[in-house]
Write a protein that binds this ligand. Structure first.
Ligand SMILES: Cc1ncc(COP(=O)(O)O)c(C=O)c1O
Length: 318
C-alpha cells in the first residue's frame, strides 16, 4: 500500500472562528451539519521547505483560494474573506507554526449549524490547519486498476468543486483498489471514458503528445494539471491535447502519470495488470517531475511566480 496518512498536531496554530487558536482548543458538536450531511468544501495546498533559503515556498496559493471561493459559492457558503485575506491568513499560520519541512495546508469551510435537516441556507464556519506532508504516494511507479466505482457526475455532485461529501466516491474506489492489492484507482465517467484518479488528474503520453481528459470528463480542474500543461508546452515543446480517453487507450499509452497537490507527479507503471511503457518510469514524466519540483521549491527563477516565500524563523512558534 503506497498511501500515507499524516498526523495533525493539537499544538499547532490554526485559524478558526475568525481568530488564531491552537487546534486542540477547538471542539465541534456531533450535530454539526457538515459532519452529518457532507456540506463542506476544502482545499489542499502545499508549502515546500527550501533548506538553502530557510523559507517555505507556498505553491500556487492564490489559485487554490480562487478555486476555494468557487467551491464555497456552489454551497452558498460565505467564508467572510477575500482571496487576498485568505492568502495572508495562511502565511501568518505558517509564520506562527514555523515548520521546517514540507507542509500541507487544509482550508475547510462548512455548514456549522447544529441542526437536523438537509438544506444549505445555514451559517458557515471557516477553519485552516496544517499537517507535515512528505510524499503522499510513491513517486517511483504506481500499480493501478480501473475502478468499478464510477466518478460522480457534474449533475449529481459536481467534481469541479472540492466538496467534502464527494470524497465518499474517492474513499470507496481507493479502498477497493487497496483491498485488491493495487496502489491506486482510476475512475471512468458514467459514460465510460477515463476521468481521473482518486485525488489526482491523469495524463497519457502517446506519439509525442500529452493527452488528458477534458473538464467535461467529471474531473476536478487541477492546479497541478495546469502547471504540468504549462511545463510540457513551454519547456518540452509538447502539444497538450484535452480530449476523451477510452479505457484501453490507457493500456496502449507509452507513459501514464497522475498530477495533484498531494500526489505531486506520480508515474504509473501498471494498469489492470498491463505494464505501461514496459513497466518502467518513462522519460517524459521524469523530466516533468524534475522541473516541477525545481519550480515548486522556488529554485527556478523563471517560475518564481508559482510560489510565495515565507521566512521560517527557527523556534518562531508563539
Ligand atoms: C478529485 C481530485 N482530482 C484532482 C486533484 C488534483 O488537483 P490539484 O492539482 O489542484 O491538487 C485532486 C487533489 O486535490 C482531487 O482531489
Amino acid at each position: 500500500m503506497s498511501r500515507k496518512g499524516f498526523e495533525v498536531s493539537d499544538e499547532q496554530w490554526i485559524y478558526h472562528g475568525g481568530e488564531f487558536v491552537r487546534l486542540g482548543e477547538v471542539r465541534l458538536s456531533p450535530a454539526t451539519h457538515a459532519l452529518n450531511y457532507g456540506t463542506g468544501v476544502f482545499e489542499g495546498i502545499r508549502a515546500y521547505w527550501n533548506e538553502s533559503r530557510g523559507t517555505l515556498q507556498v505553491l500556487k496559493l492564490r489559485e487554490h483560494y480562487e478555486r476555494f471561493l468557487n467551491s464555497c459559492e456552489l454551497l452558498h457558503i460565505d467564508c467572510g474573506h477575500t482571496v487576498e485575506e485568505l492568502c495572508e491568513i495562511t502565511l501568518e499560520i505558517l509564520r506562527r507554526n514555523a515548520p521546517r519541512e514540507d507542509t500541507y495546508i487544509r482550508p475547510l469551510a462548512y455548514k456549522a449549524a447544529e441542526s437536523i435537516g438537509v438544506k444549505l441556507a445555514l451559517p458557515s464556519e471557516l477553519s485552516i490547519f496544517t499537517a507535515p506532508m512528505a510524499n503522499y504516494v510513491e513517486l517511483t511507479g504506481l500499480r493501478c486498476c480501473v475502478s468499478s466505482w464510477r466518478r460522480v457526475s457534474d449533475n449529481a455532485i459536481p467534481p469541479r468543486a472540492k466538496t467534502t461529501g464527494s470524497y465518499i466516491n474517492t474513499a470507496l474506489a481507493v479502498d477497493a483498489a487497496h483491498r485488491a492489492g493495487y496502489d491506486e484507482a482510476i475512475f471512468l465517467t458514467q459514460s465510460g471514458y477515463v476521468s481521473e484518479a482518486s485525488a489526482a488528474n491523469i495524463f497519457l503520453v502517446r506519439k509525442g503528445n500529452l493527452i488528458t481528459p477534458p473538464p467535461t470528463a467529471d474531473i476536478l480542474e487541477g492546479i497541478t494539471r495546469a502547471a504540468v500543461m504549462e511545463l510540457a508546452e513551454k519547456e518540452l515543446g509538447m502539444p497538450v491535447v484535452e480530449r476523451d480517453v477510452g479505457r484501453t487507450e490507457l493500456y496502449a499509452a507509452e507513459e501514464v502519470f497522475f498530477t495533484g497537490t498531494g500526489f505531486q507527479i506520480a508515474p504509473v507503471v501498471e494498469i489492470d495488470d498491463h505494464p505501461i511503457g514496459g513497466g518502467r518510469v518513462g522519460p517524459v514524466v521524469e523530466r516533468l517531475q524534475e522541473m516541477y519540483f525545481r519550480a515548486a521549491r522556488g529554485e527556478w527563477p523563471e517560475y518564481e511566480g508559482w510560489t510565495v516565500p515565507v521566512e521560517v524563523v527557527h523556534g518562531a512558534a508563539r
